[in-house]
Design a protein around this ligand. Structure first.
Ligand SMILES: Cc1cc2nc3c(=O)[nH]c(=O)nc-3n(C[C@H](O)[C@H](O)[C@H](O)COP(=O)(O)OP(=O)(O)OC[C@H]3O[C@@H](n4cnc5c(N)ncnc54)[C@H](O)[C@@H]3O)c2cc1C
Length: 628
């Protein structure tokens, strides 16, 4: 007999997207079920043992303020922590943690259990839809679960196909079944999918490496946590080791390109341009005499080592031979080979900015299924899809983050408007307002949403409000307090700066590049509510706000100027066919993507400014052109 159960929200998939979505929906008091093909793999990090990094560290902190768990779990399982990009402007400094993957997974599963989230092991093969509204999921075996909203986060599992040289294996990840049914079902109701590809390097035996030949690489002396909820952060600081490929490695790869799934002439889906395979790097950048390989432990005292930089789909024997040309890896042994995986994704232009499908009410998609690559991108979409699925069932206004609010806003806006034909990864350069999107001000940017949507507990909200208030007070103090020449000239001279002749406001002097807030004896009383990391971040943020005030204010003016277009709604039933004078290319794109605002319409790739002007004329008419 077929079993039927009832939930408000069903989240399909227990990767980073699914876990965030299910936990936040559950936290908001909505009856939520997480269905995943393998209970033991919930919270699994598929590839590299690290969370954060360029632009990604910022996203983890944003997810954290929105009540997500990625940063907190990463802090609890950190092996080594570093702030990247410190040679560049401080707005793009990005925290990154090497993590113990096994511990992360364990903490994730224990947490789900502790908070009482229902987790069910099963494979979803289709959805129940009535009158364009989702009302349940169908499981392999025939059981059904009825619900009011579904979040699909199937990652690389939909019709996943692994390539290792000429060998092909149907799988969602190495050693895990692929999923079949969802793509076919969604295609049958008109949603369009495509194929993408990603790859992973071999895992090698620790005992087979001559570690003395590598260069040891430790984390920061004063590591900073990714989560505002972390009170004590003292990671182990386990080292990674750098090795380098050499001429022989490259010659061997080029000689054996025919054994690579990607270069053997078979047509393959597109992979991430910015995470190329080793064969891509060697073939496309022949001028480079060597490439960096970072050997990273996958967990504490791990015998399994991740070879960062050597993602490949060469045949297993060639992978091994090539790695053995690297000094220090002459005797290297595999635990498992590297591989490429092709999988189905759904074109994200079919989604609203809430991550809900435009065609099916109550159906949300998040993570790699939307064509992205990366844990942080997945977790960012997961938290938004989870919040909005719960809003959907509670009949509340959905949460939409703007590009100036967060990298998460940039991510979703890019996905739905620019669509994607290659895996989308976040970069700081994708955010035009990146000066505003610092990892150190995620709380200032997003706490209002956490309060509005009830995403954090009262204690965390109170703490963060206090922190923000203290930062504002400190900025005010720096702007209002004067300093006498006698108090600062010695320091200025030491730093090679011109001395001052009369008293000046501290903020004026602090704007000089070599000076930091610590050069001024500011009495900033410590607060019992805040931990040391928060106190440090207050100093850092206040200093940043003073040093960059000119740029930040200018950027704010730009944001204010375009606000009017962001708020100008294009009705759902707007009939673009009635506008005679726009180009056919723009018309086609408007009809396909259905932008929700004029701001969105402007950002669609290839839309002419003149067509926007015409659109504005029509929108300003007393009655809009209606869809027939
Ligand atoms: C081989 C490989 C290499 C990668 N390399 C990189 C890299 O170099 N850099 C990078 O940033 N990112 C990389 N990634 C991507 C990164 O791992 C993912 O982007 C991210 O983990 C995706 O998270 P997700 O939650 O969307 O999906 P996943 O983590 O893939 O999780 C999907 C979940 O859905 C479940 N599921 C799937 N279908 C069903 C179904 N029908 N019913 C029930 N449950 C289902 C699965 O069991 C799983 O729990 C790689 C991924 C893989 C697999």
């Amino acid at each position: 007999m077929k079993r039927k159960t009832n939930y408000a929200v069903v989240v399909v998939g227990g990767g980073h997207a699914g876990l965030e979505a299910a936990l936040i929906s559950h936290k908001r008091g909505v009856k939520t079920l997480l269905v995943s093909m393998d209970k033991k793999s919930v919270g699994r990090t598929s590839c590299n043992p690290a969370i954060g990094g360029l632009a990604k560290g910022q996203m983890v902190k944003e997810v954290d303020v929105l009540g997500g768990i990625m940063g907190f779990f990463a802090d609890m399982s950190t092996l080594q922590s570093k702030t990247l990009n410190m040679s560049k402007g401080r707005s793009v400094w990005s925290p990154r943690s090497q993590i113990d993957k096994k511990l992360y997974e364990k903490i994730a599963q224990q947490h789900a259990k502790a908070v009482g989230l229902d987790v069910f092991e099963g494979e979803v093969v289709g959805l129940n839809i009535k009158k364009n509204r989702v009302c349940g999921v169908k499981l392999k075996g025939g059981d059904e679960i009825s619900c009011n909203a579904v979040v699909l986060t199937c990652g690389t599992f939909l019709n996943g196909l692994i390539h290792i040289g000429k060998k092909q294996i149907h799988a969602g990840r190495y050693g895990e079944e692929r999923s079949k049914g969802i793509t076919e079902f969604l295609n049958s109701i008109g949603l369009t999918s495509g194929r993408l590809k990603t790859g992973t390097p071999p895992r090698i035996k620790k005992s087979s490496v001559n570690w003395g030949a590598g260069e040891e690489d430790f984390g920061d002396k004063n590591p900073k946590p990714l989560s505002y909820r972390t009170k004590n952060f003292k990671p182990k600081d386990e080292p990674c080791f750098s090795f380098r490929t050499k001429k022989e490695t490259h010659e061997m790869i080029l000689e054996n390109l025919h054994s690579s799934a990607m270069y053997s002439g078979k047509s393959m889906a597109k992979g991430p341009r910015y995470c190329p395979s080793i064969e891509d790097k060697v073939y496309k950048f022949k001028q480079n005499p060597s490439h960096l390989l970072q050997l990273e432990p996958e967990w504490t005292r791990s015998e399994q080592i991740y070879v960062n930089g050597f993602s490949t789909s060469l045949s297993e024997d060639v992978q091994l031979k090539c790695l053995q040309t690297v000094s220090g890896l002459e005797r290297v042994e595999f635990i498992r080979p590297g591989y490429a995986i092709e999988y189905d994704f759904f074109h994200p232009s079919q989604l609203k900015n809430t991550l809900e499908s435009k065609a099916i009410d109550g159906l949300f998609l998040a993570g790699q299924i939307n064509g992205t690559s990366g844990y942080e991108e997945a977790s960012s979409q997961g938290i938004i899809a989870g919040i909005n699925a719960s809003c959907f069932v509670l009949n509340e206004k959905p949460l939409v983050l703007k590009r100036e609010d967060a990298y998460i806003g940039v991510l979703i806006d890019d996905l739905i408007l620019k669509d994607t034909n290659e895996p989308y990864r976040m970069f700081t350069s994708r955010a035009e307002y990146r000066l505003q999107l610092r990892s150190s001000n995620a709380d200032q940017r997003l706490l209002k949403y956490a309060k509005e949507y009830n995403l954090l507990n009262d204690e965390t909200i109170e703490t963060l409000l206090h922190k923000i208030e203290k930062t504002e007070q400190l900025v005010k103090k720096l702007n209002e307090t004067s300093i006498k020449p006698v108090e600062i000239n010695e320091r200025l001279a030491f730093l090679g700066e011109n001395e001052i002749k009369e008293s000046q406001k501290i903020s004026n002097i602090l704007k000089r590049p070599p000076l930091t807030i610590k050069d001024f004896k500011i009495k900033n009383t410590r607060s019992k509510l805040l931990n040391n990391f928060m106190e440090d971040e207050i100093l850092f943020e206040a200093e940043t706000l003073i040093k960059y005030s000119g740029y930040i204010n200018r950027q704010q003016e730009e944001i204010d100027k375009i606000k009017v277009y962001e708020e100008m709604i294009i009705p759902n039933n707007f009939n673009y066919n009635e506008i005679k004078s726009i180009s056919n290319e723009s018309r086609e794109k408007f009809i396909n993507i259905k932008p929700q605002t004029v701001g969105q319409a402007q950002r669609i790739n290839g839309i002419r400014p003149s067509d926007i002007s015409i659109l504005l004329v029509y929108l300003r008419r007393p009655f809009h052109v209606k869809q027939k």
